[in-house]
Design a protein around this ligand. Structure first.
Ligand code: E4P
Length: 217
């Protein structure tokens, strides 16, 4: 499963990219607003920090303007992935852009039927929002299971990009189901490495090693 960072914080992205574990980045208008940075400038910087896809979202609601915004965004770098909302105009834009070889992430997916439409529109990625789904009394992971089943039934190439990930269990379940990508806040990615028994084990080994008085040279 690929790991994307769901952030527009370049310092966090740089730190994660240095681990070699980062496969891409997703941003959205809220994350750009949170960064306080210029959209074009910060996206350009992020694209240079990672080799993989960097999702940059259009803000227009109509197909024609979405295409114009996409045109501007895709000039930023080769690894820009245009993010469009799951609406008729978004799907139309997705079809046009992917037909042209541009990566597209269809976002704000909350049903398996919507995901089916995204795949039919040739989306590179579909982003089901599991956390927001859970918040509204639905089972986010059940949605991922359904999408996996449908995509496998019809051998769709669209990658399931699990979004709105809130905790490690979302990541584990995504991997169990066979989602292609999980996009996570940096804190969630960093949290995956933590285990109390790992820390305790290191402590014990180092204490015993100190008793030997040896050094690795
Ligand atoms: C995905 O691409 C979105 O940016 C993101 O995962 C939304 O997450 P949120 O529900 O935490 O805002």
């Amino acid at each position: 499963m690929k790991f994307f960072a769901d952030t527009a914080d370049t310092a966090e992205i740089e730190e994660l990219a240095a681990t070699g574990l980062l496969d891409g980045v997703t941003t959205n208008p809220s994350l750009i607003a949170k960064s306080g940075r210029d959209f074009m400038e910060v996206t350009r910087e992020i694209c240079a920090l990672v080799d993989g896809p960097v999702s940059a979202e259009v803000v227009a609601l109509d197909h024609e303007t979405m295409m114009k915004e996409a045109e501007t965004l895709r000039k930023i770098a080769d690894n820009v992935c245009i993010k469009v909302p799951l609406t008729i105009d978004g799907l139309k834009t997705c079809k046009a852009l992917t037909g042209d070889g541009t990566m597209v992430n269809v976002t704000l997916c909350f049903s398996a039927n919507q995901a089916l439409l995204a795949a039919k529109a040739g989306a590179t990625f579909v982003s089901p929002f599991v956390g927001r789904h859970d918040d509204n009394g639905f089972d986010g992971m059940e949605l991922i299971r359904d999408i996996r089943l449908i995509y496998d039934n019809y051998l769709f190439d669209t990658e399931i990009l699990v979004a709105s990930v809130r905790h490690a269990t979302h990541v584990l379940e995504s991997a169990r189901i066979g989602a292609d990508v999980a996009t996570m806040p940096p804190a969630v990615i960093k949290g995956l490495v933590k285990h109390v028994l790992t820390d305790k084990g290191i402590e014990g080994f180092l204490a015993d090693w100190a008793k030997t008085g040896q050094k690795i040279v």
